[in-house]
Design a protein around this ligand. Structure first.
Ligand SMILES: Nc1ncnc2c1ncn2[C@@H]1O[C@H](COP(=O)(O)OP(=O)(O)OP(=O)(O)O)[C@@H](O)[C@H]1O
Length: 268
């Protein structure tokens, strides 16, 4: 089998393959010529310093932000036709929490892309939404206004909304930002279970100390792709140094690589 055939098969099997992706703001590239073919059934951490282009890469891949160049495919098909296969949990601070909606409304909205215009939400849709809420331990909050939830509860609700979509790929932008240890553990359990079911997850992540424990793949990004692949091969001192430059001290690196003592960089 020649290389061209192998690559195209890899792309055809991938829930999200980006090739040569460049995004510019005000003529300044903030993501430059990035390739990443997400392995099916994997859980990838996208890691890099503040402003590295992590969120922009994901938004451009999903078509939320315009890309300058690049090809984005879902199972080998252009993203424009395949966006219903992707569930997205945005950064919590990008959502208007004053919007008057109950928890169950927000979760049921996750189903809308799968409904035809003449289909109204019915009791079984609500049951589906309640099942998703139960998976994240939030069923008791179904009738609560979303603005009346804590940060961790809000994060769980948006995860439940993604779960109702039953998408092949779930993209999460910093799902652990501002949540307590118990919520983080609960969210990780849900994500790992999704992976066990064969779903694929891509996640912007800042806590370098948990990368090995939570993820099997990592994409190290600083405008360009620095390295990508299985965590045990790619999450090395050399690659981290290249990603963060002088921002990681030798001591921090040694701890990360040897003891996995918590070191969080990137989030201010
Ligand atoms: N709408 C926009 N207009 C202009 N510049 C933008 C816009 N959105 C992001 N940027 C810039 O693009 C660069 C990449 O931003 P992005 O949010 O993708 O980085 P990030 O790696 O996700 O950062 P963080 O870890 O801080 O969330 C930054 O320099 C940012 O200031």
């Amino acid at each position: 089998m020649n290389r061209a055939t192998r690559v195209s098969e890899e792309v055809a099997a991938s829930p999200l393959a980006v090739q040569g992706l460049t995004v510019s703001y005000d003529h300044r590239p903030v993501v430059y010529s990035v390739d990443y073919v997400t392995p099916p059934g994997s859980m990838t951490a996208i890691v890099g310093p503040n402003g590295a282009g992590k969120s922009t890469l994901l938004k451009a891949a999903m078509g939320i932000t315009r890309r300058l160049t690049g090809d984005v495919r879902v199972f080998g098909q252009p993203i424009e036709r395949m966006s219903r296969h992707i569930a997205y949990v945005p950064q919590r601070n990008s959502i208007d929490w004053d919007f008057p909606a109950t928890v169950i409304d927000v979760v049921t909205m996750g189903l809308f892309r799968n409904l035809r215009w003449w289909q109204f939400t019915r009791r079984h849709h609500r049951e589906q939404a309640m099942e998703s809420l139960a998976r994240v331990g939030m069923e008791a909050f179904a009738e609560r206004q979303i603005g009346q939830l804590s940060g961790g509860q809000q994060q769980r609700v948006f995860l439940a909304r993604a779960l109702t979509q039953q998408a092949e790929l779930t993209i999460l932008d910093e799902p652990f930002a501002g949540v307590d240890a118990a919520t983080e553990k609960a969210i990780v359990e849900v994500l790992k279970r999704l992976r066990e079911e064969g779903r694929t997850l891509l996640c912007v992540h800042h806590d370098l100390a948990t990368v090995r424990d939570y993820f099997d793949q990592v994409l190290l990004l600083n405008v360009r792709r620095i390295a990508a692949g299985p965590v045990e091969e790619v999450f090395t001192e050399r690659h981290l140094q290249a990603t963060y430059g002088g921002r990681l001290s030798t001591v921090q690196l040694a701890r990360l690589v040897d003891d996995q003592v918590p070191v969080t960089l990137g989030s201010a």
